[in-house]
Design a protein around this ligand. Structure first.
Ligand SMILES: [Zn+2]
Length: 406
């Protein structure tokens, strides 16, 4: 017994001593690491003999420092904005124009970079709209409601009209593609649309387009907007897909359209997206195909993207600059956004009188000469059904057939 107790005591003492030694060891390693770091920061000529010998003595630590520096440099380079000079930009856009002309099925992927000219902040940055909403904070909405489609949005719409662009897959929730006049069946808003709220109790899902940001009270996993469905009185929800959520709504996300487009795509043009989120959606990239069968990838972005190495061409320019050069190359006019032609005014369902005060967000002012239709209850019912049909609800493929029949 006594012997056992003795060993118990001695092994405990040993363990303690061992632990202490380990702590001291780590402490001394840290000291050396800092010392080596300090020495390395000095220009070689200014190092004392003693300092030089420290480096020789701790080669592993020196190596670790160098590795870390390389990693820091890579990270820094990825965040830097790079601009091609005017000549390079022009020659790159010429290559892009040739690809656009030759493409059988060009699909465009867009991110926050195409809306910054409309003074919309990016969504996922530290001060981005999405981050703020996720934290349950409200965001000043005046910028969002005042924003209008940019030159890039208008060019994309024109390219679609000219049958050069077949489908647009957007990460933006600002609704500007829709407002540019791009038909909804040519659009997938993967992260939702801030102007659209839906009733998921109705089957098919019933959609309400509004003239204001409906996400005022919503956040991660909390999608109720506080308004109710005109038909079943169920609570309406927004269509926004937050980071970490899986978007399952058919519209406006239109995953089916996005996946079909990617399958057919022979050219993919990425505009103003860091692609950090998009890269996770494997079905958008067709990278399981042999290299020669993959779509040709063109990327327009000022910063590094994880797809740069796979791109046929990376264009370091602002989207509006690149698109206006592209239109010039293609000999196409850039359409000007006209509020009177903004489809959102036709798509919108006016609020019922008792819901007029259900939000505090700024309303997109109707174009001059158009009446505020919220005061016209007769038209209200008509609009509600008009939005219902078509591609919305059970998938746009089915909806399109229905549309053709009528
Ligand atoms: Zn309903």
């Amino acid at each position: 017994m006594a012997e056992e107790a003795d060993t118990g005591v001695s092994s405990r003492a040993e363990r303690k001593a061992l632990e202490k030694a380990k702590i001291l060891q780590r402490e001394s390693e840290r000291k050396i690491f800092r010392l080596v770091g300090r020495v390395l920061k000095k220009p070689e000529a200014e190092r004392s003999e003693e300092e030089a010998s420290v480096l020789l003595l701790h080669r592993d630590t020196v190596e670790e420092h160098c590795k870390r520096q390389v990693r820091r440099n890579v990270l820094k380079r990825k965040q830097e904005e790079v601009f091609d000079d005017a000549d390079e930009l022009k020659s790159k856009v010429r290559q892009l124009a040739a690809a656009v002309k030759q493409a059988n099925h060009l699909v465009v992927y867009t991110g926050a970079g195409i809306s910054t000219a409309a003074s919309i902040p990016d969504y996922r940055g530290p001060n981005g709209v999405w981050t703020q909403l996720q934290k349950g904070r409200t965001v000043s909405s005046s910028d969002l409601s005042k924003a209008e489609p940019t030159l890039t949005h208008m060019c994309i719409r024109m390219l679609h009209k000219e049958k050069m662009v077949k489908h647009v897959v957007s990460q933006n929730c600002d609704g500007l593609h829709l407002r540019s006049g791009l038909p909804r069946n040519a659009l997938s808003e993967l992260h939702g649309n801030m102007f659209i709220e839906v009733c998921t109790s109705c089957s098919p899902v019933r959609e309400y387009v509004r003239l204001f940001d409906v996400t005022e009270r919503t956040s991660l996993h909390r999608h109720g907007t506080g308004r109710t469905c005109m038909h079943c009185c169920g609570e309406l929800r927004d269509t926004i897909v937050h980071f970490g959520e899986r978007g399952t709504l058919e519209q406006p996300l239109n995953w089916k359209g996005a996946a079909e487009a990617a399958k057919m795509a022979d050219v993919i043009l990425c505009l103003g997206s860091s692609l950090k989120v998009l890269k996770k959606y494997a079905c958008l990239w067709c990278m399981n195909r042999p290299a020669s069968k993959r779509p040709k990838l063109f990327i327009v972005n000022l910063q590094w993207t994880p797809k740069d190495d796979l791109a046929l061409l990376k264009i370091n320019g602002k989207c509006d600059d690149v698109m206006s050069l592209l239109m010039e190359e293609l000999n196409l006019q850039i359409p000007v956004y006209k509020r009177a032609e903004d489809p959102i005014f036709c798509l919108a369902t006016p609020l019922r009188p008792e819901e007029v005060n259900s939000h505090t967000r700024e309303v997109i002012a109707p174009p001059d000469g158009q009446q505020d239709r919220s005061a016209d209850p007769g038209r209200q019912a008509e609009e509600a059904t008009a939005v219902q049909g078509g591609w919305f609800g059970r998938g746009y493929g089915k909806g399109r057939k229905k549309k053709k029949a009528t």
